[in-house]
Structures are given as C-alpha cells and as structure tokens.
Design a protein around this ligand. Structure first.
Ligand code: COA
Length: 586
C-alpha cells in the first residue's frame, strides 16, 4: 500500500455493525460518513427521509444495529427512535438546539462552534449526548463551513459515537448534566437576515449573506426586482455612488455599494419568476448587467480580495486557483480558465499546480447555466467543448509538469478533468464521484476514455465508471486513480502541496521526467490521437443532448430545481436489493 494512504481499521466481525443512514439526501457530509464507516468495516445502507412509513419499512428490512442521521430536516418518528438507537448529527455546540444553528453562529460572529452527536428522543436536539467536537470559526459562507469544519468535526464525532455504541459499555450524557452554553434558537427568518443598505456596514452584510449561503439566501432586491442573494465578497475600492447602487460587473458578479465600501454579489435567485433558480447574478439580471461597466480582475492580484481566477508564483511553481461557486464551470468560465492557464504555462516556471477551489475542485459543466439557456442542448454542447478545450490544453502541456491539487471534492466531469494533470494529489478527506451516472445516461467527455484507462487500466476503469458510489481519496489512491491522499485538515493542505510541488520542481531528474512525459504523450498520440477520443465521446454526448433519450435533460432539470426525492436509489438502499439477506437475529 502506498505510504500516505490512511490506514483502515481491521474488519473485525465482532464490532462490525449494520448501520442505516436516515438522511434528507446523500449530501457531501453523508457521503463522507458513509465512506468512513465502510472503511471501518461496517455495512451501511441508506434511506432518504421521504415519509415515516418509508423509514419504518427500511428499518424493518435492514434491522440495523444503529441508525445515523447525518442530515435530516425533520424529526425521526417515535415508532423508530423508541426501539432503536438513532444518532443525530447536529451542526451546533452542546446544548444548541434548533434548525438554524450554523446560520445564527455565523451571523452573530461566534468565535468557536461545533458538532454534537445526540440520541433522538421526543424533544428536538435535546437527546443524550454521545460525542461532541468543536472548531474555530472562519469568516466564510455557511456552505463552506459545512463542507469543511462541520464535515471534519462530524466525522470525528460520529466515529467516536459509533465506537462508543459498539463497545456496549458507554452511557451517553443527558443534556441536563452538561455545562452546555448552547441554547434553543428559533428558526432564522428572512426578517432576521434583512439587509439595510443605508445602515449596515460591508462586514455586517457579508455576515448576513454568509449565514444564508447556499440556502435560503437573503431576500433583497436588485434593480427593483425581488431576489435572494448568495455568495458575496468584499471589494477593496469603493467607486462613487449612494449605498445600494449597483455599479459594475465582473464575470458573473455584480458590484454593489455599501455605506462604507462595496461588495461583489456572486449569485442570485430571482423571485419574480416561479421557476427561477440560482444563477450568477449577472446572468440572473442579464439585461440590467449588460448596461454596467465591466471591471475585470487582475489574475495576479495579491490583496487577498475576491476573484474567481487567481495566479501566483513561489519559486519555480505557478499556482492557478479557480474558485468557481459550487465547482460548476460554465462555458465562459472554462474559456477564462483556459486563458489564465495559457498565461501560467508561458511563465518561466517548472510546475503548475491547478488548485481549483477550497470547497470543490470541480463539478464539471454548469448545469444551472445550461438549464437557463435559450437552448439547453446548444449550451450543453458549448460547455462540454469549452471544458474539453481546457482539458486538452492541460494534457498537451509539454513545458511543465502539472499537478491537480484537490482540497475540495470533485464530481462527474470535474473528477475526470483532474486526471488531465500529470499528478493528482487530494486531501485525504476529499470525496470523488468519478462517474456521470447521476445525470441520466450522460456518456461524459473531458477525455475520460483516454485519461481513466491510462491511469488504472481498462478493467478497473470499467468498474469505476459503473460504480455510482462516492470514492474517498484513500481508496482512490489504492485504486491508482490519484497519486497522493494527504491526511491533513483543509487549512494545512496548501502548505503540504507547496512543499511537494517545490520538491517536484527542484528534483534532480526534473528534465528527464519532462522528457518522459513528452515521449509518452507522443506515443499515445501515435496509437490514437486525442482528437479521436474527443470525437468518439462527443458523438455519444451529441445523442445525450440532441437525441431521443431525454434522460440527461430530465435529470438536469430535477437537479437544478432541486425536486424532492421520491425514492432512494437502489445502489444506496442496499436493504431494498432483492438479493439482500437479513442476517438471522441472535
Ligand atoms: N452545475 C451546477 N450546480 C452544481 C453542479 C453543477 N455541475 N454541481 C453541483 N452543483 C451545485 C448544487 O446544485 C448545489 O447547489 P446549492 O448551492 O443550491 O446547494 C451545490 O452545488 C452543492 O451540490 P450538492 O449536490 O449539494 O453537493 P454534494 O457535495 O452533496 O454533491 C455532487 C456533489 C458532485 C455529487 C453533486 O453536486 C452532483 O451530482 N453534481 C452534478 C455533477 C454533474 O453531473 N455535472 C455535469 C456532468 S459533467
């Protein structure tokens, strides 16, 4: 086993449990916990929280030793928690109760927050405590805190709780016996989030929108039209104008003046259209944005302020960050990324690190922008070609060694895009979803038919593509899909990457590594040109976009408008497999 994969706990039948996840959806936290528990030898099956009777049926079918609720939006029915231990993951400190835990913590500027694993009972979030973890708060979006600090703390707490449960000797602590500083907090309403553009300072507005990101957003108005705001970032220079005025656009964002400064509004959802969904703000208000002056960002800006694309150098290493909201990469974003990459490889460096974003490295083509287009089929085609162009540039780079450094997760086309780099290094907590199967019968492109077998061989490539389950970085390393799974928390990842990248750039055999890369590419091109892989992939994609099978368009629509689940997919609900045999009761 390669040195830096995380060790697995031995699969000990004495401690192996059947665990049922009751969850609103298989979100990133649920995926991570699923992977961690399976890596420790537990059988984990999943049921989405669709109705009490469906949950009861799942419990009857699986007869779980333990139920874990990583992400629930409503209470577990008494018919279940009365008879089985149910552990709820609550994103709050001990004693904190209510559904807007993180929202209040962010908006009120709590310096430290936490995750508590408590047992379900009749009172919401008031059950006995099995484990709790704390973390220092960062000034960031709720979705980012959730995907980083909360996820890491929840993993530690759930693993401790499961171990304690399986020991059979641990008694959880009743809430009343803790010195908890947490308290019951009412759901946060839009009036608690309201922005007063005349009075609020920039920092206050950012805290309000951060506390509402990525759901529900802050109800406000742009150009006199009701909308929800998401994804805001401070700007350094305040152009002249009254507070509240929208004065410029950059990429997909709009610059709005505050009392004491200015901020970029990255995303918005209009409320004047019933079927509207979240879009880059300048796309949601395309007509109004077109009249504003464009204010492009400097790729090399080093003032710590926001821009989607950022390039910096340290010694012989160039770092290209692409912090695209939700990891979604639209046609325009792919084109801008390509230009930035062209700039990076023209520099006198040796190694290029493709950093992606903190929360996601990439999730492939931008499904919301596609859904909003006049012709979703045409926009799908443009977007896949734009992402393919960038992938080809990376594959064909013969002046540098390239590294995809994944601090955040990557899914679908984004996971394959990473393979275009010479090396793929991921944080050990990263989850990959290297498959297109959640999006109808989408065949996929990004040169995956070249990149995947090249790394793992044809058989394993077939298995990976057929597997719809999330793949944790340590397992991806064992499968040779990636080259390193670096076991550090998110804030320490960049430093680890920098150390490795510097070593790569300074390695004595750098020139021969580059020669070997060029020779391999030339060999591969002679066997089958890249253009042929692309043409084959795109001929299948053409059918997905323009052909008779509507499954991609239907799946995309439901994904974008967030249709509630009506069933749990079969590959997750193992207890619903016809071949599943419930073990005999002891
Ligand atoms: N385009 C647009 N939005 C996307 C996206 C994409 N390709 N991938 C993710 N998102 C958005 C989600 O809608 C969600 O939006 P929100 O801000 O309103 O919450 C947000 O990103 C987070 O996604 P979520 O599904 O909640 O995250 P996750 O970590 O639980 O799951 C994935 C990650 C990648 C498994 C899942 O988002 C997914 O299947 N995405 C689609 C990938 C895809 O099919 N891409 C196109 C083919 S290349």
């Amino acid at each position: 086993m390669p040195a830096d994969s995380s060790p697995l706990t031995p699969d000990d039948p004495a401690t192996r449990m059947r665990i049922l996840f009751l969850t609103h959806s298989f979100n990133s936290l649920a995926q991570r916990l699923f992977c961690e528990l399976r890596a420790r030898g537990h059988d984990v099956s999943i049921e989405f929280d669709i109705s009490d009777s469906v949950a009861e049926e799942a419990v009857a079918l699986l007869r779980p030793d333990l139920i874990v609720a990583p992400y629930l939006r409503r209470a577990i029915p008494e018919s279940i928690w009365r008879h089985r231990t149910c552990l709820i993951v609550h994103p709050g400190i001990v004693g904190d109760r209510g559904p807007s835990s993180l929202d209040w913590a962010i908006q009120q500027g709590e310096p430290e927050w936490g995750v508590t694993v408590l047992q379900a009972n009749a009172e919401m979030d008031a059950g006995d405590i099995w484990a709790a973890e704390t973390f220092a708060m960062r000034r960031a979006k709720k979705s980012s805190i959730y995907r980083n600090e909360v996820t890491e703390a929840a993993c530690r707490a759930v693993l401790a709780a499961v171990e304690r449960f399986s020991s059979g000797t641990f008694s959880p602590t009743p809430l009343a016996r803790t010195a908890a500083r947490g308290q019951w907090r009412a759901p946060m309403r839009q009036h608690d989030r309201r922005i007063d553009w005349l009075r609020d300072e920039t920092a206050t507005i950012i805290a309000k929108v951060n506390a509402a990101d990525g759901f529900p957003g802050v109800a406000d108005e742009l150009f006199g039209i009701g909308c929800r705001l998401f994804d805001v970032h401070a700007e350094a220079v305040r152009p002249a104008g009254p507070p509240g005025a929208v004065v410029a656009r950059r990429d997909g964002a709009l610059l709005r003046l505050t009392r004491d400064g200015a901020l970029w509004i990255g995303h918005a959802r209009r409320e004047d259209r019933e079927d509207a969904f979240k879009l880059p703000a300048a796309a949601a208000f395309a007509e109004q944005a077109a009249a504003l002056p464009d204010s492009p960002a400097d790729l090399m800006r080093d003032d710590g302020l926001w821009s989607e694309l950022r390039y910096r150098e340290a010694g012989q290493v160039g770092y290209l960050a692409f912090e695209f909201y939700n990891g979604a990469m639209s046609t325009d974003q792919c084109r801008r990324l390509r230009e930035a990459y062209a700039y990076a490889i023209a520099r006198p460096t040796r190694v290029i690190v493709l950093e992606g974003g903190l929360d996601f490295w990439s999730n492939g083509i931008h499904l919301n922008m596609i859904e909003a287009a006049a012709s979703p089929a045409d926009e799908s085609w443009a977007n896949i070609n734009a992402i393919d162009d960038f992938a080809r540039d990376v594959i064909e780079t013969d002046t540098h060694l390239t590294v995809a450094a994944l601090c955040g997760n990557a899914g679908a086309g984004g996971a394959f895009l990473a393979l275009a780099a010479d090396q793929v290094w991921a944080r050990a907590g990263v989850i990959l979803n290297p498959h297109y199967k959640n999006m109808g019968n989408l065949y996929g492109s990004e040169y995956w038919t070249y990149l995947l077998p090249r790394r793992v061989g044809a058989d394993r490539a077939r298995r990976i593509m057929a597997n719809r389950l999330p793949l944790p970085a340590p397992q991806a390393l064992r499968e040779e899909l990636i080259d390193a799974a670096i076991d550090v928390p998110p804030p320490a990842f960049a430093a680890q990457v920098a150390e490795r990248a510097r070593a790569l750039a300074e390695s004595a055999d750098f020139a021969s590594q580059l020669d070997a890369k060029r020779a391999r590419r030339a060999r591969d091109e002679a066997i089958k040109p890249l253009a042929a892989y692309r043409e084959e992939e795109l001929s299948s994609m053409r059918r997905n976009f323009y052909g008779f099978d509507p499954s991609y368009h239907v799946a995309r629509y439901h994904f974008v408008i967030k249709s509630p689940s009506s069933w749990t997919p079969r590959h997750l609900a193992l207890h619903r497999e016809l071949g599943w045999r419930v073990p005999e009761c002891p």
